[in-house]
Ligand binder design. Sequence first.
Ligand SMILES: [Cu+2]
Length: 226
Amino acid sequence: MPSGNYRVYADLTYETGFSDTLTATVQLSEPSVASTAAGAADADDAWRISASFTNAPGATKQTAALSPTLWMDMTVEGPLVENRDTRLRFKVRDVILRPAKLEHYMGMAGHLILRREDGAVFTHLHPSGSFSMAAQQLFELRSEGKAPLKVASSKDDPICKLPAFDASASAGMEHQDIAFPYAFPKAGAYRLWVQVKVRGEILTGVFDVSVAPAGTKRYASAGTGR
Ligand SMILES: [Cu+2]
């Protein structure tokens, strides 16, 4: 990675199924000549350098370039207002608008990270919502009676690993677009990173959006009596 100051976010799920995000900052210095050889990266690792935050976040319909031949279109349902349910939709297409098939990446059709400009909000979402994959797996196992309901951990607890990724089971599961249900908890400017996999390549779309405060006259919801 290039030298500079980084904010680090670690998503984890405790053995209770409760999820948390740990944060840290890291300062990377210029690499020495000896350390410039690329390390053994995990095939699922992906990173992207993009323009810094724009102070005029764009509209609820935007397009981001993913590669020289692919673009990602974002469509957001309705105006973005804090604490209001919305759906963030993304589609990958080529220059003549042919949709690209989205392959499963780390077991999901897509991953969305969003961060408020000041860092006050950070969330990692999947098309099913903000539920942690590990927590989801635990709750499913418990509902099927395959894991104990008690919170205390045991050596047989299955929760400290990511869901088993069965490539054969997901081989036929391809999507043409993905949608993330979400309600922004605070007004403000946000950056969104959307990661998908197309033809074996991990691609990241970057979008900036603006969320209006609740109760502003323009967006006042019906039924408030005012
Ligand atoms: Cu994810």
